[in-house]
Design a protein around this ligand. Structure first.
Ligand code: SF4
Length: 340
């Protein structure tokens, strides 16, 4: 699926001349490649694309995309994005943020961006650690993990970013592994086509300070059995033979195998990403390996008014009611006087 291109561009057109400065092997490289490949499919001109970031390793993103960009302050990228999109609704606005930037320092901005449903794509690089400041635990770090700031192991329970976002009213939530660039590219295009806040949680590896934290799920050899790639309108199946599935047992999800204990395709849940009721979406978001496969793809995509859309409608309605259509009209209307 792709937007209607206003102009034909290529990945190279969105590649800046800046030297990419991430550690060798960092998962950010494949995200960058996927974004640069997705942007030509979005169909916007380079000057109509803006990348905004806060602080962290992922916050270097705007330098590497040949478009407008703003490396702003810690946790405040969603606020800058809201202003940018509201001032110029024609722009394609993207935020690059890490789990520390979005979930801790910018937690408040994050939840209000979800609540307001601003039409922005927010890429959440979740490596479950503070990489730029050299390895302190973050709000998504697993309970008990030993880091430089938790030598005895953390005693904080982590956030599930999707659960927090859906609770705050986000209209689009997807999850992707950093090991599959093409899958990311397709989902980034879907995110841009959605009107409202599109949050994409990227399970990103930080080989320096939290290496292999997602490997059980994201490595190619683990993908079939440890991920479930959800597709709207399709049964929730996974496994090398696609013979395992999810069904509801009371108020809980359970894994079943086709052909065992009388289980047939008719028992398997059909994924409805567009259901306004978030109950099953939240259950899918909370699934964790090894008890469950980790849910990937578009988990929630619902229609809701956007903040920037409603704001534009209010301005247009007020302009229609006003005696003057613009400031120039008002200044030149004759109601002027000289102050001596
Ligand atoms: Fe990537 Fe980690 Fe290096 Fe940051 S510290 S650039 S997240 S590998």
């Amino acid at each position: 699926m792709s937007g209607t291109p206003e102009v034909i561009l290529t990945k190279k057109d969105f590649t800046s001349d800046q030297t990419v400065r991430w550690c060798p092997g960092c998962g950010d490289y494949s995200v960058l490649k996927a974004v640069q490949s997705a942007l030509p499919r979005v169909g916007k001109k380079k000057e109509d694309v803006v990348f905004i970031s806060g602080i962290g390793c992922a916050a270097r993103f705007p330098y590497y995309i040949e478009s407008f960009g703003f490396h702003s302050i810690h946790g405040r990228a969603p606020a800058v994005a809201l202003g940018t999109k509201s001032a110029n609704p024609n722009l394609s606005v993207w935020v690059a943020s890490g789990d520390g930037d979005a979930m801790a320092i910018g937690g408040n901005h994050f939840i209000h961006a979800c609540r307001r449903n601003i039409d922005v794509n927010l890429l959440l690089f979740n490596n479950e650690i503070y990489g730029l400041t050299k390895g302190q635990y973050s709000p998504t770090s697993q309970l008990g993990i030993r880091t430089k700031s938790s030598p005895q192991g953390t005693i904080d329970s982590p956030f599930y970013p999707g659960e927090l976002a859906v609770g705050a009213g986000v209209s689009f939530f997807a999850r992707v592994p950093d090991k599959d660039s093409k899958y990311m590219e397709d989902l980034f295009v879907e995110a841009e086509l959605h009107r409202g806040l599109s949050l994409i949680e990227i399970l990103q590896n930080c080989p320096i300070f939290n290496d292999a934290i997602h490997d059980d799920v994201t490595l190619k050899e683990n993908a079939a059995n440890h991920q479930i790639r959800l597709v709207h309108g399709k049964p929730m199946l996974f496994g090398e033979k696609m013979d395992k599935g999810l069904r509801l047992n009371g108020f809980e999800l359970e894994i079943v195998t086709l052909g065992e204990n009388g289980v047939s395709l008719a028992d398997i849940l059909i994924h409805d990403a567009e259901n306004q009721n978030p109950a099953i979406h939240q259950m899918l978001i909370r699934m964790r390996f090894p008890q469950f496969p980790v849910a990937m793809g578009i988990i929630r995509r619902v229609k809701r008014d956007t903040y920037d859309g409603l704001m534009t409608a209010q301005i247009e309605s007020e302009v229609k009611k006003k005696k003057y259509a613009s400031l120039d009209d008002m200044f030149n209307s004759g109601d002027t006087w000289i102050i001596n």
